[in-house]
Every structure is written in C-alpha cells, then in structure tokens.
Design a protein around this ligand. Structure first.
Ligand code: U5P
Length: 208
C-alpha cells in the first residue's frame, strides 16, 4: 500500500492550528479544507491527462484536459463533509458519492445508514474523504462498498491516521493509496487517535 505523509510546511502549519483545542469550528473547517486541497493535489499527481484543441489568440493549440467523469469524490458522513470543499476546489466537476457510516460507540464497528454512489463506478478513480483514520473500520467498510461497485482504483485522504488503521487497510487492501497530513502515535481505549484532533465531526460542526 502506498502511504504518502505530506510533510509540506504549510500542511504541517495548518495541522498544528487544528490541534489547538481553542480553534473554533469556523477556523477548523477552513483549515481542514485547505489541507484537503493540498492532499488532493498530491493524490492527483499521476492523473491521466488528455489533450484537447482550444482556439487561442495565436490559433488552435493542444492543451491538457483532465476528465471529471473519471473520478468520484467519496466523503464519509458526517466528518467527511467538512473535508469535501477543499477537494472540490481542486476537482470541481467530479461527481460526489456519499457514504453514511456511524461508529457504534460500544463495539467501535461501523454501521452503514446511507449509500448513494455515482454512475459508472467501474470507470472511476474513487477519492475517499474522511478526516480521521482510527481503527480503519469505517474506511474498510467504505472501500469494500466502492470495490463491490466496480472501482478499481481507490485513493484515501485523511488529516490524521493511526498506525492501527493503516495496518488494517494495508492487510485488506494493499492496492490502495493513502494520503495523510500526519501519522499519529496510537489509539486510546475508546479508539480515539492520540494526539489526534478529538472528535473531528464535533469540531467541524460545533456539536458537543
Ligand atoms: N474519529 C474521530 N476522532 C478520532 C477517531 C475517530 O473523529 O480520534 C471518527 C471520525 O469521524 C472517523 C471515524 O470518521 O471516527 C473513524 O473511525 P474508525 O472507523 O477508523 O475507527
């Protein structure tokens, strides 16, 4: 499994601000989106590019063109929504497939409550979006769904990942790619990432 930890100074600076408990939801959403855009930039480096002829002031010219219909963005509800705008800033025309997963706080296992995928999933690269990879349960369930729908290439964007989650993804899906701003230390007994960000959904949406 390809894991890219984006050590860019701006990503790390913004992540540092996210870690500050005093960062309110308005700033948290803004910073999360900015980091998401930079992770998307890294994740799309090898994207196939076609050429198209455009009329320019100096006559027709072959220019680069990325086909939006080859990609789908897949936010995992709810926290993934807070991460989506930054990725959409980079890929504005990509169809959005939404997956709703709720973490059962007793078992820490994900439960699916919503699934609405784009058409022609077999033709698309899926870019899975969730701020946190903790046990990996949610991401594994989402990737299983995407592969069952025919996706052959899956790239995952996380703000922070725990080593436990990365190991679980690697074991089940060695063919995927993962882009993260940080790989943190470990999970606590409630399956929260240490040092992490706390509950990313709560911090994005201002819920207690
Ligand atoms: N989660 C957090 N903070 C953590 C750990 C988990 O917000 O420190 C939430 C995220 O919303 C994410 C989900 O969607 O739990 C991932 O958990 P898991 O399925 O990887 O264990």
């Amino acid at each position: 499994m390809k894991i890219v930890e984006v050590r860019h100074p701006l990503v790390q600076h913004k992540l540092g601000k996210l870690r500050d408990v005093g960062t309110d939801p308005v700033l948290f959403r803004q910073l999360a989106s900015e980091i998401a855009a930079m992770l998307a930039y890294e994740a799309t480096r090898e994207m196939p590019v076609e050429t198209r002829s455009v009329p320019t002031w100096a006559g027709p010219l072959d220019v680069a063109h990325v086909r939006a219909e080859k990609v789908t963005l897949v936010p995992i509800l709810r926290a993934g929504l807070g991460f989506l705008p930054g990725v959409q800033a980079m890929l504005p025309a990509a169809a959005v497939s939404v997956i709703g997963l709720r973490r059962n706080e007793a078992t820490h296992q994900p439960e699916t409550y919503y699934e609405r995928l784009a058409d022609n999933m077999g033709e698309r690269t899926a870019i899975l979006i969730d701020p946190m990879l903790a046990t990996g349960g949610s991401a594994l369930a989402a990737i299983d769904m995407l592969k069952a729908a025919g996706c052959r290439q899956v790239k995952c964007l996380f703000l922070v990942a725990a080593p436990e989650g990365l190991r679980a993804l690697e074991a089940a899906h060695p063919d995927i790619e993962v882009y993260v701003a940080a790989v943190d230390e470990r999970l606590n007994e409630d399956a929260y990432i240490l040092p992490g960000l706390g509950d990313a959904g709560d911090r994005l949406f201002g819920t207690p």
